[in-house]
Design a protein around this ligand. Structure first.
Ligand SMILES: C[S@@+](CC[C@H](N)C(=O)[O-])C[C@H]1O[C@@H](n2cnc3c(N)ncnc32)[C@H](O)[C@@H]1O
Length: 236
């Protein structure tokens, strides 16, 4: 995923640029990467000159402690991970007064839990943005199948990274990784919601926010503002 979204595509760089603009436009000094995984957006933000004064927070349902510690040690004045699980299907008071970034993660949330995630975020007083790197279209599925090629090149492109022997084994000798990339790409496309499906979910929230959509060639961006009052007490 990192190889595709931070290497071949500039997806994570574009996300970082966009959320810095949101922070500046709304005078918010904290950006929180939700469902961060290895925190690829934060890894872009720390290099972004316009993000210099911002506080960057990473969190996840299953925090990647090793990745968080690494980036927090490198940028102790900028990156402040949450090492305990942050489940977005539950109210989260720590998410107020911030820009909330959900990049490439919503298609991993089961359909029936997505409304709970939208509700949790909409109950904050933060600005929120979902960035999905794929669409549920034939074109997107076609591009997903092309991920076979970067996968087969991983032993070369990631030659300097640890885990070299593992990559030679699973990409070339027993080449299951390229097929796993294709499978993951196609299922990720099929798990995407269309703009109309997102809007229906927003319309069904207790207090539906005004939502803005930007659909790209192979991506979807969704922007909205929470309607909560920023109370420090649990909302539900
Ligand atoms: C494919 S990873 C995406 C990680 C990262 N955003 C990226 O682009 O590499 C999806 C992440 O969503 C997280 N996740 C799934 N359900 C969640 C939930 N209910 N609350 C918070 N995070 C969740 C998973 O733990 C996982 O790290």
């Amino acid at each position: 995923m990192d190889a595709c979204n931070s290497g071949l595509r500039s997806f994570n760089r574009q996300v970082a640029k966009s959320v810095v603009e949101i922070a500046q436009a709304n005078q918010l000094s904290t950006i929180i990467e939700l469902g961060a995984g290895r925190a690829p957006v934060t890894a872009e933000l720390v290099k972004h000159e316009d993000a210099a004064g911002l506080r960057l927070v990473t969190c996840d349902l299953v925090p990647n402690v090793e990745a968080y510690q690494k980036i927090a040690q490198q940028y102790p004045d900028k990156v402040f991970p949450i090492y305990s699980p942050v489940d977005l299907t539950q109210p989260q008071v720590a998410l107020n007064d911030s820009v909330l970034v959900l990049a490439g993660m919503m298609h991993h949330i089961p359909f029936e839990l997505r409304p709970a995630v939208l509700q949790t975020i909409s109950e904050t007083n933060s600005r929120a943005a979902i960035f999905e790197p794929l669409l549920r279209t034939w074109r997107s599925i076609f591009f997903a199948t092309l991920s076979f090629f970067p996968a087969i090149l991983l032993p070369i492109t990631f030659f300097r990274r640890p885990g070299k022997l593992r990559r030679f084994l699973w990409c070339w000798i027993i080449p299951i990784v390229p097929y796993m990339f294709v499978w993951d790409g196609i299922t990720s496309c099929l798990r995407q919601w269309t703009r109309a499906e997102w809007q229906e979910a927003f319309d069904n929230l207790e207090n539906p926010p005004k939502v803005e959509y930007q659909q790209g060639f192979n991506s979807l961006r969704i922007f909205w503002g929470g309607t909560g009052n920023g109370s420090k007490k649990p909302i539900r």
